[in-house]
Design a protein around this ligand. Structure first.
Ligand code: ARG
Length: 267
C-alpha cells in the first residue's frame, strides 16, 4: 500500500507571488478548493488505492497543502526541505515536526543549500533526477546522493512556468516516464534521452504540460492527473495505464496540481 502525506486546504490562499502562476488578484474560491481537494483524496483512496496521512493545516501557511515540498523520504530517513523563498521557509518546522513525530530520522542538508523535496527529486528505479536552478540548488543532490547511496543526475530547469521537476516530469510504474522536454536544458534532455530508451518516454504536448499533465500521481497502473489532458490520457491508456482525471484548477492558481498535493512516503 502506498502511503501519501497530504494537508487539507483550510488556509490555502494566494497571499504572495513566487511563481508565474500566482497572482494575488486571482483569489482562491475556498469552497471549490475544498471540494476539489476532497475529490482528489477520494480518488487517491478509493480509485488509486493509496493510504493517506493527513497533516494539520496551519493558519498563515497557504502553501502547506503542497506536501510534495515537505522533503524526501527513503525508508526511515527524511531530508526536510530548505525553501528558497522566505514565504515558504516558515513551513519547514511544521514538516520537520511531522517527520519526527512519525518516526523518521532527519538528515539535514548543510546550511545555505536550497532544496524543495520531492517537488524536485524524482525517479524511476534506474534513473533519479534532481531538478535545479529555479528552486533547489544543484549542491543538494551531491549531499542527498551520498546520504541515500544512489546516483542522482542534476537536471537544469529552464522555463519559469515549470519551476519544480514535478511540473514537467512524472515517473510511471514500469520504469516509464511522462515528461515535457522543453522545460529542461539541452544537456538534461540529452541525458534523459540517453538513459531512457525512446519507448519509455511519453512526451506530453505543450498545451497539456501547461495544464500540469505531468503533475500526476501514479500508483501501479492507476494515475490521478488534472482534467483537460486528453492526449496524455490517450498515451497512458495505450500503455495499459488507467488515467483518473480530477478537477484541480483552484490549485493551479498557486502553480500546483495532483502530485504537488502529495508526498510519497513509501510502502
Ligand atoms: N505556490 C507553491 C510554490 O510556488 C506551489 C508549489 C507546488 N509544488 C510542487 N511540488 N510543484 O512553491
Amino acid at each position: 500500500m502506498t502511503r501519501l502525506l497530504v494537508c487539507p486546504p483550510d488556509f490555502f490562499r494566494i497571499d504572495y507571488e513566487i511563481n508565474p502562476w500566482m497572482n494575488r488578484e486571482n483569489a482562491v474560491d475556498h469552497m471549490r478548493a475544498v471540494r476539489q481537494w476532497d475529490g482528489l483524496m477520494e480518488g487517491l483512496e478509493r480509485r488509486v488505492g493509496a493510504t493517506l496521512e493527513r497533516m494539520t493545516p496551519v493558519r498563515g501557511l497557504p502553501d502547506l497543502v503542497f506536501t510534495a515540498n515537505a522533503g524526501v523520504v527513503l525508508d526511515n530517513l527524511a531530508v526536510p526541505s530548505r525553501f528558497r523563498h522566505p514565504e515558504r521557509q516558515r513551513e519547514q518546522t511544521h514538516f520537520e515536526e511531522w517527520f519526527v513525530e512519525h518516526g523518521y530520522e532527519l538528515r539535514l542538508l548543510e546550511d545555505g543549500v536550497y532544496f524543495e523535496g520531492a517537488g524536485d527529486l524524482l525517479g524511476v528505479p534506474d534513473l533519479w533526477l534532481g531538478g535545479y536552478r529555479k528552486r533547489s540548488d544543484v549542491g543538494a543532490y551531491t549531499q542527498i546522493s551520498e546520504l541515500f547511496g544512489r546516483e542522482i543526475i542534476p537536471v537544469e530547469l529552464v522555463d519559469d512556468r515549470f519551476y519544480h521537476l514535478d511540473t514537467c516530469f512524472c515517473p510511471l510504474s514500469d520504469g516509464e516516464v511522462l515528461y515535457y522536454p522543453h522545460a529542461f536544458d539541452g544537456y538534461a534532455r540529452a541525458v534523459i534521452a540517453e538513459r531512457l530508451e525512446e519507448n519509455r518516454r511519453l512526451t506530453v504536448p505543450q498545451s497539456e504540460a501547461l495544464r500540469f499533465a505531468c503533475n500526476a500521481v501514479c500508483v501501479g497502473r492507476k494515475i490521478a492527473l488534472p482534467t483537460g489532458c486528453p492526449e496524455t490520457m490517450r498515451m497512458l491508456r495505450d500503455r495499459g495505464y488507467e488515467p483518473i482525471p480530477l478537477e484541480l484548477d483552484e490549485f493551479m492558481k498557486a502553480g500546483g496540481s495532483a502530485k504537488c498535493l502529495t508526498l510519497a512516503l513509501g510502502e
